[in-house]
Design a protein around this ligand. Structure first.
Ligand code: TYM
Length: 334
């Protein structure tokens, strides 16, 4: 049965800084796959310019950009339905970001999440401070109506919307489209397995804290076995404030099993923590295994993935050139 088209234009991005994890998948990538069938067009970018806001090893970055494209395909993006491309190949992203900088005040930029997360004890570099403006440019360049992201991106999305209002007002136009965020409520914030007060992240400090999409079955089981829970007794309850570890495991269970928290809690009556963790691991393994297997095949077929990315870049370039030429006319650039 054909899916219903609901959205006009979907855009989203993922940074190529390390291996994508289960938080990326549940908070964003799984939605990307669903939305390619529910939109007239979908653009998904490996946002490599964003990755430059923190120090990168050039060899590792290049390989990571390619690998993230493999991961997107392994998760189920279909190149016939989705445009997959590296941000840096389409120079209009930085052109539009510059225009946005010329129309946006610096107020508030220093308290955006990426500065707080990545420049804790240092004076932030300008790239990190202006990062949300480049993100706004990514979205506005494709006139995206909808942007699937995890909850951590909401401050950036809020800013992108306000930039649309500012640009349309100051340039006396309605060219720029206000983007709506699409948040997967059930898994909008997957947390670190060892320090469950924090979101799951590629830069996790502790071993076994992050579940990667290419983890083996054994690695997943081991990580679940040593995941932090608490001493509030064996009975499960969902309370992210008081019981962040248990709540995170419930989130993972629910996201992969499709069961509600109440159903999981009722069905776990009489089980001990080890049995419950094993059950969560089994649900994760069942979903991650086929992704890992597809990923292995794609990693071995560089030519195929390169071809998809080249075609995606051409398609994204057409769209971006068209929009940028309209913007040039609006602002008076020859
Ligand atoms: P990035 O690369 O950090 O993450 C990619 C996507 O994964 C989501 N995500 C999570 N969701 C739930 N739980 C988690 N623990 C978790 N960790 C990450 C993120 O919310 C994101 O949707 N700034 C963006 C990249 C970006 C972008 C854009 C996104 C650049 N331009 C334009 C949308 C539109 C970022 O750093 O995502």
């Amino acid at each position: 049965m054909a899916s219903k088209i609901i959205y006009d234009r979907v855009f989203s991005g993922i940074q190529p800084s390390g291996r994508p994890h289960i938080g990326n998948y549940l908070g964003a990538l799984r939605n990307w796959v669903r939305l390619q069938d529910q939109s007239k067009s979908a653009f998904y970018s490996v946002v490599d310019l964003h990755a430059l806001t923190v120090p990168q090893d050039p060899v590792a970055l290049k390989s990571s950009i390619h690998d993230v494209a493999c991961v997107l395909l392994a998760c189920g993006l279909d190149p016939k339905k989705s445009v997959i491309f590296p941000q840096s190949k389409v120079l209009e992203h930085t052109n539009l970001a510059w225009l946005i900088m010329c129309h946006t005040s610096s107020t508030g930029l220093n308290s955006m999440p990426q500065v707080k997360d990545k420049a804790k004890d240092t004076i932030p570099k300008m790239g990190l401070v202006t990062y949300p403006l480049l993100q706004a440019a990514d979205i506005l360049l494709y006139r995206a109506s909808h942007v699937p992201v995890g909850k951590d991106q909401l401050p950036h999305m809020f800013l992108a919307k306000s930039i649309v209002t500012t640009l349309n007002h100051s340039l006396q136009t309605d060219l720029f489209v206000e983007p709506e965020s699409i948040i997967e409520e059930s898994a909008c914030r997957v947390c670190d397995l060892k320090e469950p007060e924090k979101k799951m992240s590629k830069s996790a400090l502790k071993d076994n804290a992050c579940l990667y999409l290419d983890d083996t079955d054994d690695e997943i089981l081991t990580k679940l076995k040593v995941a932090t829970t608490d001493c509030h007794g064996i009975k499960l309850s969902y309370d992210p404030e008081l019981r962040p570890g248990v709540s995170n495991l419930l989130t993972l269970h629910s996201a992969f099993s499709g069961m509600s928290y109440d159903e999981i809690i009722a069905s776990s009556e009489g089980k001990n923590t080890i049995q419950f963790k094993r059950e969560v691991a089994d649900h994760i393994i069942e979903h991650v295994r086929p992704i890992r297997q597809r990923l292995e095949a794609l990693r071995a077929d560089q030519g195929y993935v390169d071809q998809i990315v080249t075609e995606g870049t051409e398609r994204a370039q057409q769209e971006a050139s068209d929009m940028w030429s309209k913007v040039r006319t609006l602002v008076g650039l020859p």
